[in-house]
Write a new protein. Structure first.
Lengths: 349, 417
């Protein structure tokens, strides 16, 4: 049967992408100013893994290399994977839910809400962790949630949320919050640099701490999101159809909004606002594997992770030792590629 | 027995105005019902309310004796399936995947499709003649094929009732028939209750057990096609003058639109015209004058005559005589009465014999009464119309002397007025 065949195909794609991701993690950890062999990187990372770790001999590798890989590059690369995977997954979910190709994780004003929240935390000089989460991260998360739900409820017309309403109020509220943030930056100009630095987005110099903090919630969100694949597929064929098939469309929309904004807020709170990943990775992957969310969601997460660390590696090496914000790289690669896709696929994405 | 659908005093409006005003009806299991009515009468809205896509302002909707608000959404999706008006899917899912989506109500969030689900999907594809399309992309097949695929998806839900919102509106006539045949087979073989919104009254009459005629959010009539599709109902709902015939080939009602009332009303002459004709010579006179809005009467006419048939279909007042019989004194008197009430008398080019000579005499009397009498002269030179040994011709010539107005076309009367 055609579906059983495609199920096998789906498994093959996922296995291939997981292997590609592992290889990319090792490869992009290796690339950099310090001249480290890729085999050494494998050994260093392998030695830290349970079960096989003790069997790997890393005595011949200089300690500086071990430090660079383990303390600097590996956490950075893994954070990049999380950021890319989360943004891509959220992008897929929003594009499916809105049936709109221009939707991305930030389209509902999440980025502005998170940025404003983070700015407030910076300005207020909060230091104490809230529920073991850093105040900036916490405020960013709350900010994005408030934004998303304001947008949702503003758009609501008699139990329904028309897509156009959602997108337009997303833009409006986003602009409004950005204005407030700019206003705050002018008033509290001593914090301006910190706020601007935060909003530009970067994976640099974070270490293990934020990675460990967001790893569990984001990975869990991505996994839960995958359980809505079938619902998303049916919603793509029309909301009325979906309802008549027993899909609780409005509930699913809320779940997806919560999950997607949750993980977007999480990654944005540590990496700042990195653009284009959540918009173009879903499109590229959809072109490659088709619209079925059962394969689209996991593939986009994996490809998003790979693309993110690829872009970050370029960001930190292209004019080394100067680092450019990774958002610039994603947009530089993503923008033209997206335009190319638009021109090529005349019938629309 | 529990009704498949029971709707009680359903009211619904998108804003303040009610689109559905107090709808009540019930439908037995295994029926084939068509909902007809002019645009904006609330057909699709009614369907959406019954399918729980819209929430009624007030009223009760029951499916198999249980209020729809008490169903869980997946439970309801096992009972009823909807084929929406717009079946376009812009994402390239395979046909098989789309039909497999019909199994959604039977699958938990963490379940995988079982072999049974695949079997049912396959079956649904076969019933709708779409099995050969299973690996094609849904947005690459034709509109008719896509419609059938969406019906297959509805079948995969294994519902007791299938609702379809204008399933034939975008299809060619052959695909329309094909689709309705599939539905009828389902109805007959699986006893699936079918409810569909349809524009084509003729198709509705042909396939349905029950027709519901909606007008301005109310049920104007519900029942068998013969009960519902009547001249009066169609005129009320659509503002359309029609002829309703029984189609001898399909054995179902057949509706022929004649004219729009709304437009004709403006030029409504309200003049009373009495027509004397027979044997089909009055057909053009009757239909053209009817269309122009005159108040018509006809007589004396034998039952079964083709002019009589047309008069019957148009519900024209007629002085009738038994089939193939001479005009009786009684009928003649009644005819004179009709002529007295009329403003104009129109005489067709009927051949005259002993049987209907009294009609010509009546026309002559009309002239004597001072009525305007038109004579539509279609007698051709070499064609005999007088079978009364000259009596009819003599009388006609006399009448010409008394001011009988001879016209060559009925349009002359209409233009004059």
């Amino acid at each position: 049967m055609s579906l059983k065949r495609s199920k096998n195909k789906y498994a093959t794609i996922v296995v291939f992408l997981v292997l590609a991701l592992i290889f990319s993690v090792v490869l992009f950890s290796t690339i950099g100013t310090a001249n480290i062999k890729i085999s050494d990187t494998f050994k260093i990372i392998g030695s830290k893994l349970p079960l096989i770790g003790e069997k790997i001999n890393i005595d011949g590798i200089p300690d500086s290399h071990k430090t660079i890989i383990l303390k600097i590059r590996l956490p950075r690369v893994l954070l990049g994977v999380l950021v890319g995977a989360s943004l891509s997954s959220a992008g897929v979910a929003f594009q499916g839910m809105f049936k709109n190709p221009m939707a991305d994780p930030y389209v509902m004003g999440i980025s502005s809400g998170a940025a404003l929240g983070a700015s407030l935390a910076i300005i207020l000089g909060l230091r104490k962790t809230i529920f073991a989460i850093s105040p900036i991260s916490f405020f960013a998360f709350i900010g994005s949630l408030i934004t998303v739900f304001s947008v949702y409820f503003i758009s609501r017309v008699k139990n329904k949320v028309p897509v156009t309403n959602l997108l337009l109020s997303g833009v409006a509220i986003g602009q409004f919050l950005t204005a407030i943030m700019s206003f705050l930056m002018v008033i509290y100009s001593k914090d301006m640099e910190k706020i601007i630095f935060w909003t530009l987005g970067s994976l640099s110099g974070k270490g293990w701490e934020p990675l460990i903090r967001i790893a569990f919630p984001t990975i869990l969100s991505i996994m839960i999101l995958n359980f809505f694949s079938r619902d998303l597929n049916i919603i793509l064929t029309g909301e009325e159809s979906a309802k008549s098939l027993g899909v609780e469309v409005e509930k699913i929309k809320i779940y997806i909004l919560i999950l997607s904004s949750f993980m977007t807020a999480m990654v944005v709170s540590v990496s700042g606002i990195i653009g284009f990943v959540g918009l173009i990775i879903p499109h590229i992957v959809r072109l490659l594997v088709g619209p079925d969310h059962r394969i689209l969601l996991p593939s986009a997460a994996l490809v998003g992770g790979i693309f993110m660390i690829f872009a970050d590696t370029i960001a930190r090496t292209i004019i080394s030792p100067v680092e450019i914000p990774v958002g610039i790289i994603t947009a530089m690669f993503g923008g033209p590629f997206f335009i190319y896709l638009l021109r090529k696929k005349k019938k629309g994405i | 027995m529990v009704k498949a659908i029971k709707v009680q005093s359903l009211k619904f409006g998108y804003k303040d105005d009610l689109v559905l005003k107090d709808i009540s009806f019930s439908l037995e299991e295994g029926q084939f019902m068509s909902i007809i009515g002019p645009n904006g009468s609330g057909k699709s809205t009614l369907l959406k309310n019954i399918c729980n896509l819209e929430k009624p302002n007030s009223g009760e909707i029951e499916i198999h004796g249980k209020n729809i608000s008490q169903y869980k959404s997946k439970e309801l999706a096992k009972k009823i399936a909807l084929v929406p008006q717009d079946t376009f899917i812009s994402y390239d899912f395979s046909v098989f995947d789309v039909v497999l989506m019909g199994r959604f109500p039977y699958l938990g969030r963490f379940d995988k499709e079982t072999d049974e689900d695949f079997e049912i999907t396959k079956e649904a594809l076969k019933i709708t003649n779409t099995f050969h399309l299973r690996d094609r992309n849904i947005n690459e097949i034709s509109g008719g094929e896509r419609q059938r695929v969406i019906i297959a998806r509805a079948l995969a839900q294994e519902p007791d009732i299938i609702f379809l919102d204008e399933p034939t509106s975008h299809l060619d006539i052959n695909h329309q028939m094909d689709l309705l045949n599939i539905l009828r087979n389902l109805n007959k073989e699986k006893n699936t209750t079918i409810v569909l919104v349809i524009h084509d009254i003729n198709l509705a009459c042909r396939y349905s057990d029950i027709i519901m005629l909606l007008d301005k959010g109310e049920i104007l009539s519900i029942g068998s096609p013969k009960e519902v599709v009547t001249r009066e109902n169609i005129e009320k709902a659509y503002g359309l003058n029609t002829i309703i015939e029984e189609n001898p080939y399909t054995n179902s009602l057949y509706i022929v639109p004649l004219s729009l009332n709304g437009i004709v009303k403006k030029v409504d002459k309200k003049e009373k015209v009495h027509i004397i004709s027979g044997g089909g010579t009055g057909r053009e006179i009757i239909s053209k004058l009817e269309e122009a809005g005159y108040d018509l009467s006809l007589g004396v006419i034998n039952v079964g005559d083709s002019d009589w048939q047309l008069g019957k279909e148009l519900s024209i007042k007629m002085v009738e005589e038994k089939p193939f019989s001479h005009i009786s004194e009684e009928a003649f008197k009644k005819n004179i009465q009709f002529i007295r009430e009329a403003d104009i008398v129109v005489l067709g080019s009927t051949p005259y014999g002993r049987g209907n000579m009294k009609n010509l005499e009546a026309a002559s009397l009309a002239l004597n009464m001072g009525k305007t009498v038109y004579f539509l002269d279609n007698y051709s030179k070499d064609n005999k119309f007088d079978y009364t040994d000259g009596e009819a011709e003599k009388l006609l010539n006399e009448m010409k002397g008394k001011g009988l107005l001879i016209i060559n076309s009925i349009d002359e009367i209409i233009k004059k007025a």
